[in-house]
Design a protein around this ligand. Structure first.
Ligand code: ADP
Length: 376
């Protein structure tokens, strides 16, 4: 009797974030471009529009969300689970709740991975329409861990208009692309300054590199936010500008960006639903692996054949595409020991010969079947 067929696609999201509809990472190439300020005001603007919103401060190197939101209390626990602190209609969890101010945290890759898993899974998020994740700047372990653990609905990239800032932000775009995480759009912060006396508009950081680049790359431009002293003051005093000065240009910009993000996320979700993803895969410990796809197609693979076709850099030369591994090296009794979904685009298979580094993209798996049918 075969082992029960696993369902890797729903299991991770169901296990870690059962009630969350859209996970939106907020990223930037470099620090200081206003990513955390944008995350908070965007979260509050979405909540103001009636959405149920959570905000996870994953910027472990400089968690500033509690300060910007004026949160002084610590989260409570419910059994073994953390209950987020609720402020201005947003449920918040931050590393800043657990690390004393001025303490430097030295995080290593595996610890970061565990932190992401804990924050996603051990927090009582409840039902949310949006979970915004304020990422650390750059392209490191947290970003990888998040995108490989749960399906990202659409990432938001924050940049200033400077060419140099935009060049760095592009690295974040390339990273999300490599991880197959869709990009919901670009936000240009500090896009211009309006003089409070004469109303003159000054583009202090240059003219719209992020806006132009979004159009060149074919990515949605979600909007620009002006430099406003009130925005910094409201962030320092824990009273987000969308609430403290809703008539300000910055607050109106955030409300418009929240609307654009809402429609963009829905578009991406529709597109993702049309993609063919595995809804069932298994069994483990058997010579054959069956995959049932979201469009109802069912494919059968020999475990030995899939092990041989492993796409990892150890099995295929990245430059030449030449396979470094031979079918006769695969043990005759080889089976899969477990399946681990990666985002909504691939599955990692742990084989009985100990090999586990291959990420089998769903498109790759479909192609293997199609090629087999053609050659038969
Ligand atoms: P990051 O998260 O990218 O490191 P922060 O959100 O902490 O950046 O912002 C850095 C500083 O810039 C903060 O003091 C913040 O209040 C200020 N700031 C961010 N955006 C603006 C803006 N549009 N106008 C004025 N000050 C801003």
């Amino acid at each position: 009797m075969a082992n029960p067929v696993q369902n890797p696609v729903t299991s991770v999201k169901e296990r870690l974030l059962p009630g969350v509809q859209y996970v939106i990472p907020v990223a930037s190439g470099k620090g200081g471009v206003g990513k955390s300020t944008v995350s908070v005001n965007l979260a509050v603007a979405l909540a103001k529009s009636g959405a149920r919103v959570g905000l996870m401060d994953a910027d472990v190197y400089g968690p500033s969300i509690p300060t910007i939101l004026g949160i002084h209390e610590k989260p409570e626990t419910n059994g073994s689970r953390l209950v987020p602190v609720e402020k201005h209609g947003v449920k918040v969890i931050s590393m800043g709740f657990f690390v004393p101010v001025n303490d430097a945290v030295i995080w290593r890759g595996p610890m970061l991975h565990k932190m992401v898993q804990d924050f996603l899974g051990a927090v009582e998020w409840g039902t949310l329409d949006y979970l915004l994740v304020d990422l650390p700047p750059g392209t490191g372990d947290i970003q990888l861990s998040l995108c490989q653990t749960i399906p990202v609905a659409g990432a938001v990239i924050v940049s200033t208009p400077q060419d140099v800032a935009w060049n760095v932000a592009q690295k974040a775009i390339v990273m999300f692309d490599k991880l197959n995480a869709p990009i919901a759009g670009i936000i240009e912060n500090m896009s211009h300054y309006v003089c409070g006396h004469c109303g003159n508009k000054d583009e202090i950081f240059g003219t719209g590199a992020a806006r132009r680049a979004a159009s060149v790359l074919g990515l949605p431009f979600l909007g620009g936010i002006p430099i406003e002293a009130g925005l910094r003051q409201s962030a320092d005093s824990g009273n987000p500008i969308v609430l403290s000065a809703p008539q300000s240009e910055a607050a109106k910009a955030f409300e418009q960006i929240a609307k654009n993000l809402t429609s963009q996320t829905k578009n991406l979700n529709q597109a993702a639903n049309q993609k063919k993803t595995a809804v069932k895969i298994g069994p483990i410990g058997q010579p054959n692996i069956e995959i049932e796809w979201s469009d109802g197609v069912k494919n059968s693979y020999s475990a030995r054949e899939l092990r041989y076709l492993c796409p990892c850099a150890g099995c295929v030369n990245e430059l030449t595409g030449e396979r470094q591994f031979k079918l006769e090296w695969v043990p005759q009794n080889l089976t899969a020991q477990s399946f681990h979904p990666v985002g909504r685009y691939a599955v990692q298979i742990v084989w009985s010969d100990g090999h586990a580094t291959g990420l089998y993209g769903y498109e790759y798996l479909r192609k293997i079947s199609e090629n087999k049918t053609k050659s038969e």
